[in-house]
Write a protein that binds this ligand. Structure first.
Ligand code: GTP
Ligand code: MG
Length: 300
């Protein structure tokens, strides 16, 4: 007798240049905010798994940092390497682009994706913002010539448009496998990591142009006492002036960062959260490979 129930399971890398909507796409597929997002490029710094199990199908998504050109700093090199590594050993690649906007950085991603042996899906995102639909057609033709085997799917990650079509295409490409993760697991990342990311997201969203790139967040304490989760987060900046900006006038800004991060944490962890934030200067951490490793930025 043969078993007629086939289960499918595999890895799906979500790649693209910064700011095209990769993390937004992951969150909408999962139906839950897991990855941080912002209007600023280079929001995501680490690969993160988002696992979706529906019946016999388990899709393991890998959200990645946007691949970008500036390679001067160790942190930037780390981010680009991390994103490129995600292209190896996955079953499906989703290459996300922003409508008809095509930059040198999209070209960089294209050149990597062209080497991928397995199925590639080209997701044209932010279609809710397309005014001139006619402009899209020649661009799609051009893209198809660059990636002749890719399937092209227009989506709006933010509005949830056409995501079912995207997901059923992905499911078709997943190999027959037993599931690698339990049905209720949604990520490989720890609660501490997710908490640190939420603090970083609020900083990305609230602060001006350059500053967020010189900040990282470490969780120093994460413990449950009775019904309350006590979380202490350390915000590391590069210079003294940056510390002042984060704290703000009479501590206004850090208070707002803390209260917004706490609200998201309470939803994510389904618990009451007491959050304490500290700011410390650690000069040059973003270009110091040893400091980066000790801050959880993996091997370079
Ligand atoms: N209008 C519109 N905006 C979107 C859509 N998807 C994402 N965005 C916005 O685009 C911005 C960037 O989204 P992210 O998901 O952070 O982009 P990302 O590709 O993960 O960026 P990095 O992590 O920096 O590589 C945010 O302001 C999102 O709200 C969409 O479908 N439509
Ligand atoms: Mg992202």
């Amino acid at each position: 007798m043969t078993d007629t129930n086939t289960t499918r399971c595999g890895y799906v890398a979500i790649v693209g240049r910064p700011n095209v909507g990769k993390s937004t796409l992951l969150n909408h597929i999962l139906g839950q905010k897991l990855a941080i997002t912002s209007r600023k490029p280079q929001t995501t710094r680490h690969n993160m798994l988002g696992i979706k199990t529906e019946g016999d199908v388990q899709a393991i998504y890998v959200d990645t940092p946007g691949m970008h050109k500036s390679n001067e700093k160790a942190l930037n090199r780390y981010m680009n390497k991390t994103a490129s590594a995600a292209l190896k050993d996955v079953d499906v690649v989703i290459f996300v682009v922003d409508r008809t906007k095509w930059t040198d950085e999209d070209q960089l991603v294209l050149e990597r994706v062209q080497y991928v042996q397995g199925p590639v899906i080209l997701a044209i995102n932010k279609t809710d913002r397309i005014e001139e639909k006619a402009d899209l057609i020649p661009h799609l033709q051009w893209l198809q010539e660059q990636l002749p085997n890719a399937e092209i799917v227009p989506i709006s990650a933010q509005q949830g448009h056409n995501l079912e079509a995207l997901e059923s295409l992905i499911a078709k490409h997943l190999p027959e496998n037993d599931h690698f993760f339990p049905e209720d697991q949604i990520t490989d990342r720890s609660s501490r990591f997710l908490a640190a990311e939420l603090v970083r997201e609020k900083i990305m969203r609230q602060l001006g142009a350059e500053l967020p790139y010189q900040i990282t967040v470490e969780i120093e304490e994460f413990k449950q006492q009775g019904k309350i989760l006590h979380i202490h987060a350390l915000i590391l900046v590069e210079r003294d002036g940056q510390k002042k900006i984060i704290i703000g006038d009479k501590g206004e800004r850090i208070k707002r960062i803390g209260s917004e991060a706490r609200k998201d944490m309470e939803v994510l962890f389904d618990a009451k959260v007491m959050l304490n934030l500290w700011v410390k200067v650690k000069g040059g951490w973003s270009d110091d490979e040893r400091a980066l490793r000790s801050l959880g930025y993996g091997d370079l």
